[in-house]
Design a protein around this ligand. Structure first.
Ligand code: GLN
Length: 493
């Protein structure tokens, strides 16, 4: 059952072979057994989850079920959920119980899904290893001495260890795709504006996007169907007709079932296979490319000439926006407040000094610096110009190809503690992921093999705007022909 797809679970629920209460309880039991070794969940609330499960069972009995009714979903602790502790991995919000639901949470609740718990993450989603949260690091289910990636590492580890059937995460510069890659699962960052940011604690608003994480492309499509949609409370939410992201999954591009991807042009950027990419990852990605060709896709060499500038541009823009977004955590309205202080300014200072961790402070310092009067043109404005160039590179590439393929991360999961004290090394891990956020493009990661130490390798697909269904189709067809996505870490049976 713990390897079942959403479709299979939903069928078991519909046929009354299983109730949502039983399903939820068995996942809660797995969380209780396996979470202490993984630290993937920050909070579980069995009573709340089971109450939702009972309501789902009534709905199923009444014949009003939707595809996700009764399915437990793990929520990254960045999503506000009414009545749930919502900490964003920070001491600053250690006691914050959200009075309202994020749009995504509202949609999932309305679909009858069950909140299984809130998952661990890097503090305020700043990081690539899920080590900076105030409740300690997430451990990778494939090797507990290694990181699970970040910042949605808790959601990724939960799905990888089969202690949640699916999960939701957020991706500002790779935080859905990179942990998915490092734990051997799938994750998708939608086109900017497809998923509402309302109630998703803001990191860098022009880059943040929520998205689905799961074992297969098919599961991602079903989850995205519920997460996506217009919401007037997010001014950047896109108002467009609802789309069924699962509609192309089983449709071969041509009538030739032996070559279901015939006609698909896969762009392979030269810049994604250069210096910095480890050999094991390169080999797995190359082998997958050959598999895509076997399925009928055509390989097209392309160039994204400004790729090397994406990390520097991102690490100016994201901290700039973060420094503004995080100004709300001042000890006045909610969250942490220093116990002892003098005047108001001292209260702010002590609250923020004690409430934020080192990485968050570093970002606020960088952000305020690049936005300051004397440096704005040299850094912030320059980064915005590079951002435009990066988007133009993609636009030029999509004249020749339908999807862009490459590695998600330059290496497999690294050891806990290996990079956390070296921010530049940590930032460089984002080399292949941040460009999609800067350009607002949809991108996903799927497992495609194993590398050093038997650790999973992730393959990234980047699509043109609104190419989610096309990307999911390509990934699904690949997954029908291979079984990387079905591998489960030892010790999680
Ligand atoms: N690793 C990137 C950062 O630290 C991306 C984080 C994210 O996508 N939330 O900012």
């Amino acid at each position: 059952m713990f390897n079942a797809s959403l479709k299979q679970l939903s069928a078991l629920l519909a046929q009354k072979k299983l109730s949502s209460t039983e399903l939820t309880q068995s996942y809660l039991d797995r969380v209780a057994r396996l979470n202490p070794g993984l630290n993937a969940f920050l909070s579980v609330d069995a009573e709340r989850s089971l109450a939702q499960a009972r309501a789902a069972d009534e709905r199923i009995a009444a014949g009003k079920a939707q595809p996700l009714t009764g399915i437990p979903v793990a929520h990254k602790d960045i999503f506000c959920a009414r009545g749930w502790l919502t900490t964003c991995g920070s001491k600053m919000l250690a006691n914050f119980v959200s009075p309202y639901d994020a749009h995504v949470v509202e949609q999932l609740n309305a679909a009858g899904a069950v909140i299984l718990g809130k998952t661990n993450m890097d503090e305020f989603a700043m990081g690539s290893s899920s080590e900076t949260g105030f409740r300690g690091p997430v451990r990778n289910p494939w090797d507990r001495t290694r990181v699970a990636g970040g910042s949605s590492g808790g959601s990724a580890a939960a799905v990888a260890a089969r202690i949640a059937p699916v999960a939701i995460g957020t991706d500002t510069g790779g935080s859905i795709r990179q942990p998915a890659a490092l734990t051997g699962i799938c994750g998708l960052k939608p086109t900017y504006g497809v998923v509402s940011r309302y109630g998703m604690i803001a990191f860098a608003s022009s880059l943040d996007q929520g998205g689905p994480m799961g074992k297969s492309a098919e599961d991602l499509a079903l989850l995205l169907n519920v997460m996506a949609g217009f919401d007037a409370r997010d001014s950047t939410s896109l108002e467009r007709p609802a789309e069924d992201y699962a509609r192309l999954l089983d449709a071969p591009l041509t009538g030739d079932h032996a070559k279901p991807l015939s006609g698909l042009r896969i762009g392979v950027p030269r810049e994604y296979f250069g210096e910095g990419l480890s050999g094991d990852v390169a080999a797995a990605v190359e082998a997958t490319l050959a598999q895509f060709e076997k399925l009928g896709a055509t390989r097209i060499a392309i160039s994204l000439p400004n790729s090397g500038l994406s990390v520097p541009a991102y690490y100016v823009i994201a901290p700039a926006e973060a420094s503004s977004n995080l100004s709300r955590f001042d000890g006045v309205r909610y969250g942490y407040r220093a116990a002892e202080y003098g005047d108001l300014a001292d209260m702010y200072r002590k609250t923020r000094a004690q409430g934020f961790g080192a990485e968050v402070k570093r970002r606020i310092l960088i952000g305020t610096y690049v936005l300051s009067h004397g440096y704005y043109d040299a850094y912030y404005l320059k980064a915005q110009k590079i951002r435009r160039r990066i988007a133009q590179d993609f636009a030029a590439a999509y004249k020749h190809c339908d999807l862009i393929l490459g590695p998600t991360s330059p290496s497999v999961a690294f050891g806990l503690g290996a990079k956390v004290s070296d921010p530049v090394q940590m930032y460089l891990i984002d080399i292949y992921t941040v460009a999609a956020n800067l350009a607002g493009l949809p991108a996903m990661s799927i497992p495609c093999g194993f590398g050093e130490g038997g650790m999973p390798v992730g393959l990234q697909l980047v699509g043109d705007y609104f190419a989610e269904a096309r990307m999911l189709q390509a990934a699904h067809q690949f997954q029908l022909a291979t079984d990387w996505h079905l591998r489960q870490p030892a010790g999680t049976e």
